[in-house]
Design a protein around this ligand. Structure first.
Ligand SMILES: [Zn+2]
Length: 408
């Protein structure tokens, strides 16, 4: 083993240790990056950011980018998730940025499809395209009405304007949500923050905003590559989008099962649209390896979590608790079945949690609580920790909690 592998192994072990030893509260909103590989079929999803747009595909064709994407998807029987914006037309005054840099679409704000051409993109400006997307069986997710950052990101986006409070973020998201549901009859359940900036200056996070809307956080695990700066040679651009997928599939034909591929419904940083040429090649590859391309919402219906699938003994219990509106998963969409269940976590799954927590808050000190509650929770849940004093893995605790709920 060389030094690099040793260091990398040590780094991974440290990361695992840190993850085990950092307290992370369970969350109703989960970041969906990829899911546990479905067993019967090979399923993959594609998300298309920043559209829809009638902007002409450059340099390949004069026709609109979204329309061309829809044609290719239809040819391959693929269904996608269009991560749409409302309109960036209000994001002025602003100055044009430098093509090829992160400010390519504007210095202070983003402008899609490009600076000064805001009316060519977005749900508010292109209703006919939205109807075409929905008619063809694709789904929509919420990428923010104005595509404004939820908070500062000084390293790459230092010159950018951003929202200040969670109320501003929620107002922007609701504006697009309402437009899509009232005008087009589609109720969005997924959201992706512009540039994945999560930290809102008032101390909230994107997760809090999505909880207010009843959304899940839409992420991605495989980069389709259509957003990068062009090298100047269109054929090279397309190759750079197709080769990584081809290599990954040659190495492991199942590797994309349960993954979400990031795509761009618009120009890249150099105002070209390689997606239009690369997408048919990517879809042909996926077809050759027997993949079905389906919307993220459908992928989640088949396999919702990252680390456990339907064959896990606690899978049904996790779904049951989640269906009751209880937080069961962690924000990274894992259940972590073998991790010891914390008392506070188990309490949140039990029907007596309100009585217990008010009783504990009023009557007990923290130390007493720690001594007392494990027993109570354990006896409610049918687990005797006193006898064994060993920690209960989360998957066993979830089974016990469901049993306890069902027995009243
Ligand atoms: Zn975006």
């Amino acid at each position: 083993m060389d030094l690099y592998s040793t260091l990398r192994g040590a780094y991974r072990a440290w990361k695992r240790w840190k993850q085990r030893n950092t307290y992370v509260p369970m969350s109703r909103v989960r970041r969906i990056e990829r899911v546990y590989p479905p067993a019967e079929r090979k399923l993959v999803s594609m998300t298309f950011d920043d559209g829809p747009t009638v902007a002409p595909a450059r340099p390949y064709s004069g026709r609109g980018i979204t329309e061309l994407i829809l044609e290719v998807m239809s040819h391959y029987g693929a269904k996608g998730t269009f991560d749409v914006i409302g309109s960036t037309a209000e994001n002025y005054p602003d100055e044009a940025g430098k093509p090829g840099s992160f400010t390519w679409s504007g210095k202070k704000y983003d402008h899609y499809p490009e600076f000064g051409q805001d009316q060519l993109a977005g749900v508010a400006n292109q209703p006919d395209l939205v109807r075409k997307i929905l008619m063809a069986g694709h789904e929509l997710s919420n990428h923010g009405y104005r595509h404004m950052a939820f908070g500062p990101q000084p390293i790459i986006y230092g010159s950018r304007a951003y929202f200040r409070t969670i109320e501003e973020v929620i107002t922007d998201l609701k504006r697009l949500h309402t437009l899509v549901s009232e005008e087009f009859g589609f109720s969005m359940t997924l959201g992706r923050p512009p540039h994945y900036i999560d930290r809102i200056p008032d101390g909230h996070f994107s997760y809090d905003a999505y909880e207010a809307l009843g959304y899940q956080y839409l992420a991605a695990s495989f980069d389709g590559g259509g957003w990068r700066a062009a090298t100047g040679d269109p054929a090279d651009e397309v190759e750079k989008m197709v080769t990584p997928m081809q290599k990954a599939l040659e190495e492991d034909p199942d590797c994309l099962n349960g993954q979400i591929i990031f795509q761009k419904d618009g120009y890249n940083m150099s105002l070209q649209a390689p997606i239009v040429e690369a997408l048919p090649k990517q879809l042909a590859l996926l077809k050759r390896y027997d993949y079905e391309v389906i919307p993220v919402g459908q992928l989640l219906a088949v396999s919702p979590y990252r680390d456990i699938g339907p064959s896990h003994p606690a899978y049904a219990a996790v779904r049951h608790l989640e269906a009751k509106g209880l937080p069961v998963l962690y924000p990274d969409n894992t259940f972590r079945p073998e991790q010891p269940c914390l008392v506070g976590e188990m309490l949140q799954w039990l029907p007596y949690k309100d009585t217990l927590s008010s009783f504990c808050r009023d009557q007990l000190t923290v130390g007493m609580l720690l001594r007392m509650v494990p027993e109570k929770a354990a006896s409610f849940a049918g687990i005797t920790t006193r006898e064994t004093s060993r920690p209960v893995p989360r998957w066993q605790a979830a089974l016990a909690a469901v049993e306890s709920i069902e027995n009243g």
